[in-house]
Design a protein around this ligand. Sequence first.
Ligand code: NAD
Length: 736
Amino acid sequence: MTDFTMQTGSDGVAVITWDVPGRSMNVMSLAGFAELDALMGQALADGAVRGVVITSGKDSFAGGMDLNLLAGMRDGAGDGGDDDPAQGLFDGIMGMHAVLRRIERAGMDPKTLKGGKPVAAALPGTALGIGLELPLACHRIFAADNAQAKIGFPEINVGIFPGGGGTTRVARRLGLMAAAPFLLEGRLVAPQAAAKAGLIDEVVAPGALLDAARAWVLAAGPGDIVKPWDRKDFRFPGGAPYHPSGYMTFVGAAAMVAGRTWGAFPAPRALLSAVYEGALVPFDAAIRIEARWFTHILLNPSSGAMIRALFIDREALEKGANRPDMPPQKVQRLGVIGAGMMGAGIANVAAQAGIEVVLLDTSDAAAARGRAHAEADLAKAVSRGRMSAGAGDAALARITATTDFAALAGADLVIEAVFEDPQVKAGVTRQAMAHLGPEAVFASNTSTLPIGDLARASDRPEDFIGIHFFSPVERMLLVEIIKGARTGPRAVAKALDFARRIRKTPIVVNDARFFYANRCIIPYLNEGMRMLGEGVSPALIENAARMLGFPLGPLQLIDETSLELGLRIARATRAAMGADYPDAAVDAVLEAMEHEGRLGRKAGAGFYAYSDRGEREGLWPGLGPLFPPAAAQPDLVTVQHRLMFVQVLEAVRALESGVLTDIREGDVGAILGWGFAPWSGGPFSWLDMLGTPYAEARADELAAAFGPRFAPPALLREMAARGQGFHARFGAARAA
Ligand code: NAD
């Protein structure tokens, strides 16, 4: 079985078709590269061939490099007797470049740039990563006019960068300024926008794709196939680093990257170095520089961890790695009870996924407000070109706002998002169950209340489950599915199938106070407030978190979620725990802020100050007098370790107590749920980076200095004693 085949027509155009057997989308493997190289060699050597078109036998062109293979290349670097682990990897990358460079040169004389045969790429649909780097090595890129297709480089999102020449070629094609969104932000665009940006050359009607590429190959003159960067007079668009305007662009880009990443992510910085240094030298030297930086990034533990969590494990969870063996559970009609912030968001994403939604609240006005939220969001999506007007209207038409529980009849899933009050939740559960058929599953979006307790209001606890969304529902990628003690497999399968339908990544956890996500987030918030109360400078706390890659520091995150919520949770926890309650120091900070009337962003005043228009202006100057900074401030790493350990030890406890059953869910859930230091690959991945013996010793030090919440759980001690890693141990058990 081969990935590439070639057929030469009577017109002398050889069409190479990429069609990896048994996969819905092409991905590039090392064997695939070798096949492509061999076919190109044949075409170039064959006197009867006038030129080549490279296309795909699928709806799309290619999804990219096989990242499993990249992860293997990384982990295997140094195997096979290489003295220098980086060398094998570098040689492999240069081998890939050589194949692409042979396509780009297409047999021409490298000195005179004479001869050679035209090579066109014809993209029927999506072209990502190496699936765009290969076309960029061809002489002209045609794409079918397919608004669903995505073109670009998603690599930066998994901790690497386009390392198959894409960085060097796109920077030389567009200049740094125009290339930046594609390279540094991973922006993916439809073919029309890609052509407008200059990323590809021509968009044609889908039926005319091959003919257009073929016609271009037959008409191409000798000058048409020499790349600008191979000509003597090449000038870097927008200016190379020592050009006055180029200088400004490069300085600006470096500042932008530093401002966005806070130095926490290695890949954007390496990418920028590759572009900067590459811009100073001829193309072939630039490619070697790109390969060196790419090797450097692949060998950084962060890239392996990010690829594992954000690509391999995330995909496995989305495909239902922990789904019970059950027939597909379709959700055609969804009931949402409570049309507030969360309920309106859930109704919106479900309607966009094609599901009929009944959105219920206590008054017509409240239900209508929930629907109006979806209407406003859909209008924005249409005005920004993310959705057609027809699709927006259709989605809105799927949402029925009502106050009548009888309208829930026929729903196959109901999610309640009413007030966080057990009595109110029990009431709506009973009212809904009276109208639901045996096929229906009832779910609660509670953020704190045990699912087992809430299920008592249902006469079918096996069909009762937690589906915990994060705010804002439209943007947050995770849903946490919570199994009560009596939740049955059909409810789990239905929740997972629903998550997949609305394109969220699911994790499945067992029932316990705060489940998994909030169990880890709350200690992060509390540690921030505790430090503030101790006299640690608030700027140090917030910046320490940002430099770890958290999107929001703990104080900002409390402002966003509201201090009231914090106070409510604190009071409920204190009531439940009595004398054992460990967070009095945190409550003192919350109560001091409450006393000042600073309840967070919605109140226009919190740990941060806000303008009249609600814009965040900076830390509130009143924090100094309220929580006087200590004369001696802790060092940055101590603050960072407090913020990190307080969360990861909680994640270990969640695993130890069976709330988490799969560390992949612990890692992926942390990154997608609350932005846990994405470069680390998640809490368990970070502990593996530290090594469990060091993690145990450090936790002991922190416990001695700051309190028993840092005491290593027994599981960590046991693993440290054996020198075992979490992924080594639980990853292997999982695969067995
Ligand atoms: P909200 O106050 O914005 O909305 C609650 C809605 O429920 C209101 O519109 C209210 O009128 C309605 N409601 C109350 N009683 C009702 C009844 N008997 N019948 C029908 N409707 C009723 O609250 P929210 O922030 O959307 O939170 C809702 C739920 O989601 C809570 O359980 C909360 O803990 C959970 N949650 C919230 C967040 C968040 O960030 N806000 C995140 C995850 C989960």
